[in-house]
Design a protein around this ligand. Structure first.
Ligand code: NAP
Length: 327
């Protein structure tokens, strides 16, 4: 093993061309940290925001990438054998320290999840951050154990498709939204009972399906539709803002007394790896492997084509989770 590795280093904010494939020093094993031979990793909107300069806390140069799957190379003091399959996510990866757009990743042990699985790398690579986000949104944010139906707003996103599947497997009836009627069949195939074509104001249509409003609403489009989503929830219902697909971080005018209907609860999810346990992640991965938890994935790219994958994300053409694999 050489002491260098290939990694995409970003030195300045901008377009995909700012991701420069470079030869840099391989991270050295460190007590309490796990050195991982990276095999595949999912792309995330947060990396896209960072690339575009919308993550002010991230200082360049930086190797982006908040998740990966691979094998343990060294894990001093971590009780993880060499060769163990693992997922790693968040905890500052790709933000405060170098992340997964690289052949090797050094991650703190609390952000590393050992996995027993034979799933192929590019499938496994799609799962960690997606499952953590959806699990956290549904159980921590929306407390779905007490709910019967869910509206997923922005459902053709990778998070949206996974939310449909996890909510269905938990016994909820799911309504999914898209701006494009052409995607209706795909959403139904993914498990949605109802599909609403979203023109930005759907509360009235939502109430033709559930006249009292929805038990739960997962808001992935963000502040641009949040006030309307609140109107689609029933008294006692919960709206959880997890996504910001609409691209606006704040509401210029927000009047809580009028904007949040009486009895509707508004929360958000911007979680961490600690929101899912090792056993929960393993359970989901096993369900995916056995076919009991169908997840719709997007396109995969080889590592050398990572810029093309960012272009696809720029153009909203992914239609599911984008994965980069090493071949
Ligand atoms: N809170 C967390 O911990 C966390 C973690 C991961 C991701 N997220 C967030 O979750 C959201 C989904 O991420 P993702 O990676 O799954 O997204 P994605 O797969 O890239 O989503 C693509 C879809 O978003 C929809 N979309 C794009 N621009 C839109 C707009 N202006 N208005 C409405 N819909 C729009 C399009 O659907 P249609 O064309 O079909 O309408 C498109 O198919 C993002 O905002 C991401 O930042 C949050």
């Amino acid at each position: 093993m050489t002491d260098t590795m290939r990694a995409y280093v970003i030195k300045e904010l901008g377009g995909p061309e700012r991701l420069e494939l470079s030869e840099i020093p391989r991270p050295l094993p460190r007590d309490g940290w796990v050195l991982i031979r990276n095999r595949a990793f999912g792309l995330n909107r947060s990396e896209w925001f960072t690339r575009r300069g919308e993550s002010p806390s991230v200082k360049f140069p930086r190797v982006l990438g908040i998740e990966c799957v691979g094998e343990v190379v060294a894990a001093p003091g971590c009780n993880l054998p060499v060769g163990q399959r693992v997922a790693a996510m968040m905890g500052g990866m790709g933000r405060q320290f170098d992340g997964s757009y690289a052949e090797y990743v050094l991650a703190p042990q609390q952000n590393v999840f050992p996995l027993q699985t034979h799933l192929e790398w590019k499938l496994l690579g799609a799962l960690p951050e997606m499952l953590q986000t959806v699990h956290g949104s549904l159980y921590t944010g929306l407390e779905i154990k007490r709910a019967k139906n869910l509206l997923v707003r922005g459902a053709t996103s990778s998070i949206g498709f996974a939310a449909i599947s996890l909510a269905r497997s938990a016994g909820l009836e799911v309504t999914a939204t898209t701006r494009s009627s052409a995607k209706s069949d795909e959403l139904k195939a993914a498990g949605a009972t109802h599909v609403i074509v979203d023109d930005g104001a759907l509360a009235k249509i939502a109430r033709t399906i559930y006249p009292d409003g929805y038990d739960r609403v997962l808001e992935l489009v963000g502040t641009t539709t949040l006030l309307d989503s609140l109107q689609a929830a029933r008294r006692g219902g919960i709206v959880c803002m997890t996504g910001i697909l609409g691209g606006k971080w704040s509401l210029p005018e927000f009047h809580p007394m009028g904007d949040i209907p009486t009895g509707v609860k508004l929360t958000s999810y911007s979680g961490e790896a600690s929101d899912i346990t090792r056993a929960e992640l393993q359970r989901y991965v096993s369900l995916v492997e056995s076919g009991e938890l169908p997840l719709k994935l997007g396109t995969s790219f080889v590592f050398e084509k990572l810029r093309d994958a960012h272009i696809m994300m720029d153009e909203n053409r992914a239609n599911g989770k984008i994965v980069i694999e090493f071949v």
